[in-house]
Design a binder for this molecule. Structure first.
Ligand code: SR1
Ligand code: MG
Length: 407
């Protein structure tokens, strides 16, 4: 497979019928902007200001290099996931073209947006972003499950979207290594005693393995698969900051999920759980930096986004296939299962982003004292979310969040 470079992108665009009319290849300025763990990403702009983004899967994991080979088919799986998710939600980065021979996705350019994690790290507003993402998760949960597709089509889709290599990364990095110990794990020395305390906790390990079991065996919907705050672009929703009035058109919130190459059929609570853990990282960072009110507000998004998820699931419910087979009591009984999964997976993500490979800048850019406060908090929250997932209440979670981030 030939790998694109800033020099070869204009020629590539000129040779793609779906792209050459969208930007002028003759005047294209190209920069490589990939800062993720896996792929090349090129931002392209022509002299008239028309733009697009190209994302190419390399035959290895970029973070490590050729020593960690990885299937380029992840690009095909991402293209499929974007198509399926875009069919049910507007909050998805738009796919313009997919080149299945060179594993290149052409995507809408969102450089008028910012990555949600970047905004959060800078102390920016979280507005209704988590709530909007919960609605996106609900739309996907409904639209790609047997409820939206019907039972036979659901099985076809689940089989066609298998993503074993990328799921193996999740199974190793998120659902195994933080609990059992691994070469790829690391924390700063001050956090080592907390990690040592946790890694001998049999209840924490057992709960994490129960979540791995859920991930391996629960095929509810076509998950995004990596819905952290670095996989979301946001614009607006600032409540009047930056010169535009609260509620004004210029401030209207735009939320776009991207980077769904980890997409697979899995338990719906997985996407919610990853989102929640990352909101808790933002909250722990804020608390460790002395911004207690902001921290409390960020911690509160777990409950508010859950409520938004539930409301959207009920809103979609009348549209289900075969309503006679699935009475209202079915959804009433299913929602608490999703919640338990979401708490459990949030506990896994809290641990892996603190301990394992591919950490989060929310924590990693803190000075040592603040890192210790936030890191300890996230490990203690990991334990609570995992071990108490079946009985956990939101108010108790928020109280604990506030307590463990006092330092
Ligand atoms: C080797 S890939 C590491 C991580 O990057 C992605 O964001 C996923 O979270 C994955 O686990
Ligand atoms: Mg990613």
């Amino acid at each position: 497979m030939s790998v694109l470079s800033v020099d070869t992108v204009p020629g590539y665009v000129a040779g793609r019928p779906a792209l050459r009319g969208l930007v002028d290849p003759e005047t294209l300025a190209v920069s490589e902007v990939g800062d993720g763990n896996l792929n090349l990403v090129f931002r392209c702009a022509d002299a008239a200001g028309r733009r697009l983004v190209l994302k190419q899967a390399l035959p290895y994991v970029r973070l490590i290099g050729p020593d960690w080979p990885m299937t380029e088919l992840r690009a095909t799986r991402e293209a499929n996931a974007i198509r399926a998710h875009s069919a049910v939600s507007g909050d998805v980065c738009r796919l313009i073209d997919f080149d299945e021979s060179r594993y290149v996705l052409a995507l809408e350019d969102l450089s008028d947006h910012e990555v949600f994690r970047t905004r959060l790290n800078a102390g920016g507003p979280h507005g209704q972003v988590a709530e909007r993402l919960a609605e996106y998760v609900a739309e996907v949960a409904f639209g790609t499950s047997f409820l939206g597709l019907g039972e036979e089509e659901f099985r076809r889709c689940a089989a066609a979207t298998a993503n074993p290599e990328l799921c193996a990364i999740t199974e190793d990095l998120v659902l195994t290594e933080p609990y059992l110990g691994a070469e790829r794990n690391s924390v700063r020395p001050a956090l080592e005693p907390v990690l040592a305390w946790l890694q001998v906790d049999a209840a924490w390990l057992a709960a994490a393995m129960a979540m791995k079991h859920r991930f391996l065996t629960g095929q509810e919907a076509l998950l995004h698969g990596d819905l952290h705050t670095g996989s979301v672009f946001v614009r607006g929703g600032c409540g009047g900051r930056g010169g535009s009035g609260a509620g004004s058109e210029a401030d209207r919130l735009s939320v776009k999920a991207f980077d769904s190459e980890f997409a697979c059929y899995g338990p719906i609570g997985f996407d919610l759980g990853l989102l929640w853990a990352n909101m808790l990282f933002a909250g722990a960072r804020a608390a460790a930096l002395g911004e207690q009110d902001r921290a409390r507000s960020l911690f509160g998004t777990v409950e508010s986004s859950w409520r938004r998820f539930v409301a959207r699931m009920w809103q979609r419910w009348p549209d289900r296939c075969s309503p006679a087979k699935y009475p209202d009591s079915y959804l009433t009984g299913w929602l608490p299962e999703i919640l338990r999964d979401a708490f459990g997976f949030a506990g896994c993500e809290a641990a892996r982003r603190t301990i394992g490979l591919a950490k989060v800048s929310d924590l990693e850019t803190l000075e040592d004292d603040a890192y210790l406060v936030a890191g300890t908090a996230m490990l203690r929250l990991s334990r609570m979310l995992l071990v108490e997932r079946n009985t956990l209440a939101f108010d108790s979670l928020v109280r604990t969040c506030i307590g463990v981030t006092r330092g």
